[in-house]
Design a protein around this ligand. Structure first.
Ligand code: SF4
Length: 300
């Protein structure tokens, strides 16, 4: 085993909480102070990280996975925090109409995508949304794609280039002159987005491509690649169901270097204490406290 004197831990230059998640957590903590003693829920998990959810629970903020789990009569006594992913305006309005107190922690970058989808839909555009169909961010943006009379516009979710080409072909059969636009889930890769755009352009060469990708994901991936050049082995920390954390782990695996995905210091495999240089990276939903805990465990 390398002693703590010879073992070196190197952090990725950019790791852990992104701006939107940090902001959402701060908003939640402020709500816990301001509305102490009342019932506060986040609509869905604030982040995909068990430690963060446990900490929120400690300060009185519960995760609500399904709005139906709340008794209708009790809704007006509760505060609901919209997480960084945002929600559909129909759900928000529905809660407001029933007297709920809404605290909006939608990431400003996601809000920009929602507003853009709304603008395009009102101008009569047919919209392609590059992302995962059941992802909360996409479901929220879809809710904004309504025309002037609040009727849903043509808005289809495509996960990859082949789905995009099929969807464009279908639309073209009925609306070859449609004005089309493409928006992306903020966490998509630029490369995948470009391929999706190219596939739609086969049918709609004038496709308007809106840049809605957030750099937070690619910055963490780039920092990890740099880290892999310096470290003997790498630890990725974050929720095991966090998509961006899993992506970091996949990049580390592809490098061929020993790597592991863990949620806390107790999960560090004993073999990792044998390496002299250990790289540390973390997904955008990993709090500083977990990163610090792992680093100090490696350094003791
Ligand atoms: S990844 Fe980007 S868009 Fe998503 S919450 Fe973080 S800062 Fe906002």
């Amino acid at each position: 085993m390398a002693s703590e004197k010879t073992r070196k831990t190197i952090r990725a230059d950019i790791l852990g909480f992104c701006m939107g998640v940090r902001r959402a957590q701060e908003i939640a903590e402020t709500a816990a102070k301001n509305f102490k003693g009342t019932r506060i829920y986040t609509i869905g998990p604030l982040v995909h990280n068990p430690k963060v959810l446990e900490d929120l629970n400690q300060i009185g903020i519960k995760t609500l996975n399904n709005l139906q789990d709340i008794d209708t009569k009790e809704i007006s006594d509760c505060s609901f925090i919209i997480r960084a992913h945002g929600i559909s305006p129909a759900i928000e309005e529905n809660l407001q109409n029933r007297g709920a107190h809404i605290i909006d922690a939608t990431c400003p970058k996601v809000k920009k995508s929602q507003i853009k989808a709304q603008e395009l839909a009102r101008k009569g555009y047919s919209i392609f949304l590059a992302g995962k169909a059941n992802h909360a961010e996409i479901e929220g943006i879809l809710g904004y794609a309504k025309d002037e009379n609040s009727r849903p516009s043509f808005c289809v979710t495509v996960e990859n280039a082949s789905e995009a080409e099929k969807a464009a072909q279908e639309l073209y059969k009925n609306a070859s002159n449609a004005r089309t636009a493409l928006l992306s889930q903020t966490t998509n890769s630029q490369e995948e987005y470009r391929k999706i755009g190219d596939a739609i352009k086969k049918y709609y060469p004038n496709l308007e491509i809106v840049d809605t990708i957030c750099a937070a994901t690619s910055e963490r991936q780039k920092s990890l690649r740099n880290l892999l050049e310096k470290a003997e082995a790498v630890i990725i920390t974050g929720g095991k169901d966090s998509a961006n954390t899993i992506r970091l782990y996949e990049i580390a695996q592809k490098s061929g270097k020993p790597c592991v995905l863990i949620e806390n210091a107790a999960e560090i495999p004993p073999a990792f204490f044998n390496y002299k240089t250990i790289g540390l990276s973390a997904g955008a939903s990993t709090p500083d406290s977990v990163i610090n805990e792992i680093e100090s465990r490696l350094n003791t």
